[in-house]
Design a binder for this molecule. Structure first.
Ligand code: ZN
Length: 285
């Protein structure tokens, strides 16, 4: 996709605490240079100085999922295994009476489809081609292009963001929407989100394998997610998957991370490591 086809809009204040004072977080301006990584002086939240204009978001994600699978078939296999691990994690928190699940940013539906048969499944996906793939993956899955198109009075037993909360415009609006659509005791899962307090996020910054200035508007930490959802939800679990995942290669990765500490040049390489990925489970109060 051509970057020139996408328009940006500036972000003047911290999307979390709304304070405008901030400092540059990135060490080096790498493309797209129109977007810089900033750190809020008040709450330390890391966010981008510009974002894709709201009406250009579907254009950005057009065929995103299909392209991703085509480019990296080896990654697809690892992702499928990771879906199974994260799916088992979600099931640990679901109750016997839970019926209705919503996956926000479902891609082609591969993650949520593993719950077919046991639950009524709904998903939100901006990319029309991926929505069509969702229905092919699971014919009973109900897809929506955005939160606005979901019936207002529907209530879910669980809402899942798998690697997608950092893509969402209007964080506080999304948090309020989730609160309105979960009953007391309902679960909110924030899975596979990059953790800004991991050693590699802080060491590599814009060169971190999970840094993606165009798509990732925010870099969360556990503290910032509690700040976002905290008055309506309890945090009941937090996990940093690495060991036991298809991305684990501990001896190799440790050597790479030690080299990064010794030498800035070594920080150009991307590796998975402890703490980089974060899973959070919140329960509605
Ligand atoms: Zn802030």
């Amino acid at each position: 996709m051509e970057f020139s086809a996408i328009s940006l809009e500036p972000v003047g204040r911290c999307p979390l605490c709304k304070v405008s004072e901030r400092s540059l977080f990135e060490r080096e301006a790498i493309p797209p240079k129109e977007i810089q990584l900033m750190r809020c002086d008040e709450c330390d939240f890391i966010y981008t100085s510009a974002v894709v204009r709201a009406d250009h978001i579907p254009r950005l994600y057009q065929a995103y999922n299909v392209t991703r699978d085509f480019e990296r078939p080896d990654m697809r296999e690892k992702r499928t295994l990771m879906y199974e691990i994260d799916g088992a994690y979600v099931r640990r928190f679901l109750g016997a009476n839970d019926e209705r699940l919503l996956d926000i940013g479902s891609g082609a539906g591969d993650f949520i489809a593993q719950f077919r048969g046991d639950f009524e499944l709904h998903c939100v996906e901006a990319d029309a081609a991926a929505r069509a793939a969702c229905v092919r993956a699971c014919s009973s899955l109900l897809p929506y292009p955005d939160l606005k198109t979901i019936p207002h009075d529907i209530v879910f037993d669980a809402i899942v963001f798998r690697g997608t909360l950092q893509y969402m415009p209007d964080l506080h609006g999304v948090a309020a929407w989730c609160s309105d659509h979960l009953p007391a005791g309902g679960h909110l899962f924030v899975l596979a989100t990059p953790n800004a307090e991991s050693i590699l996020a802080q060491l590599q910054r814009e060169r971190w394998v999970l840094a993606n200035k165009l798509e990732h508007r925010y870099w969360f930490t556990r503290r910032h997610l509690v700040q976002l959802f905290g008055d309506r939800f309890h945090l009941i679990a937090c996990d940093f998957p690495y060991l036991g995942t298809p991305y684990e290669n501990y001896s190799h990765d440790l050597r790479k991370v030690l080299a990064m500490i010794e030498s800035p040049k070594a920080r150009l390489e991307g590796v998975p490591f402890f703490g980089s990925m974060m899973n959070l489970v919140l329960e509605k109060i």
